[in-house]
Write a protein that binds this ligand. Structure first.
Ligand code: C5P
Length: 222
C-alpha cells in the first residue's frame, strides 16, 4: 500500500476521461498517466518491428523494454517511441484498434504493470484507462467510471480527430468504437468494468464542466 494518493478515471473510448483526467491533474498539481497511450505505443512498436499483433511472447518481451517517453507541456501530451515523436500517429482509430488487440494479451498486461505503477509519485497521480481502478491502482482513494452512449462517444472522437488533423468517417467510427468496446469488455484479463467503489458518471447529456465539477467534488478533501 502506498500513501501517495491516486484518482483513477476508467471508461470506454471517447467517454471524455482523457480530457477530464488532464484537467483535474492540472487543478490538483498531480502527475498524469495516460495508460492507453502505453498500449498504443506498444502496438506501434510492434508494427514498426514487424511483430504480429497476436504474438504474445514477443510482444511481452518488447513491452518490458519499451523505449517510451511521455512529456506534458502546455496541455499537450508528447509521446516518444525510440526517440521518435509518435504523438499524432498513435491517435488514429486504427492505432486504437491495434492497441486493443495487444491489450487483450495477459503477458503483455503483466509486463506493463510495474511501468504504470512507477507513475505513482508525490504529490499524487491522476490516471486514465480501462483497469486503473480495478487492477493497476486497486487501492486508489478516488475512483471514477465515466461513460456515454456509443453515438455520442463516436461524435466526440470525430471532433477530436478532426482537431488533430486526422480525417475519419463518423459511421465507420461508430462501428470501430463498438468493436473495440466489445473486445475490451469481453477479454479474460482486466476487462473494462467499473470498480465496485467507483463513482459512476454517464456523460451522454452532461457537459464537460459538469463532469469536471462532479469529479472535483469527489476529490474535495485533497
Ligand atoms: O484509452 P485509449 O483509447 O487510448 O486506449 C487504447 C486501447 O488500449 C483500449 O481500447 C484498450 O484496449 C487498451 N487499454 C487497456 N487498458 C488500459 C488502457 C487502455 O487495455 N488501462
Amino acid at each position: 500500500m502506498s500513501n501517495i494518493p491516486v484518482l483513477t478515471i476508467d471508461g470506454p473510448s471517447g467517454s471524455g476521461k482523457g480530457t477530464i483526467a488532464q484537467l483535474i491533474a492540472k487543478k490538483l498539481g498531480w502527475h498524469y498517466l495516460d495508460s492507453g497511450a502505453i498500449y498504443r505505443v506498444l502496438a506501434q512498436a510492434a508494427i514498426k518491428h514487424n511483430i504480429d499483433l497476436s504474438d504474445e511472447a514477443k510482444l511481452s518481451e518488447i513491452a518490458q523494454r519499451l523505449d517510451l517517453v511521455f512529456s506534458l507541456d502546455n496541455d499537450a501530451l508528447t509521446v516518444l517511441l525510440e526517440g521518435e515523436d509518435v504523438s499524432t500517429l498513435i491517435r488514429s482509430e486504427q492505432a486504437g484498434n491495434a492497441a486493443s488487440k495487444v491489450a487483450s494479451l495477459p503477458l503483455v498486461r503483466a509486463a506493463l504493470l510495474e511501468r504504470q505503477r512507477d507513475f505513482r509519485q508525490q504529490p499524487g497521480l491522476v490516471t486514465d484507462g480501462r483497469d486503473m481502478g480495478t487492477v493497476v491502482f486497486q487501492d486508489a482513494e478516488y475512483k471514477v467510471f465515466l461513460t456515454a452512449s456509443a453515438e455520442v462517444r463516436a461524435e466526440r472522437r470525430y471532433k477530436q480527430l478532426k482537431e488533430k488533423g486526422i480525417e475519419s468517417n463518423l459511421s465507420a467510427l461508430i462501428e470501430e468504437i463498438s468493436e473495440r468496446d466489445e473486445r475490451d469488455s469481453q477479454r479474460a484479463v482486466a476487462p473494462l468494468r467499473p470498480a465496485d467503489d467507483a463513482l459512476q458518471l454517464d456523460s451522454t447529456a452532461m457537459g464537460i464542466e459538469t463532469v469536471f465539477e462532479r469529479v472535483s467534488a469527489l476529490c474535495a478533501d485533497v
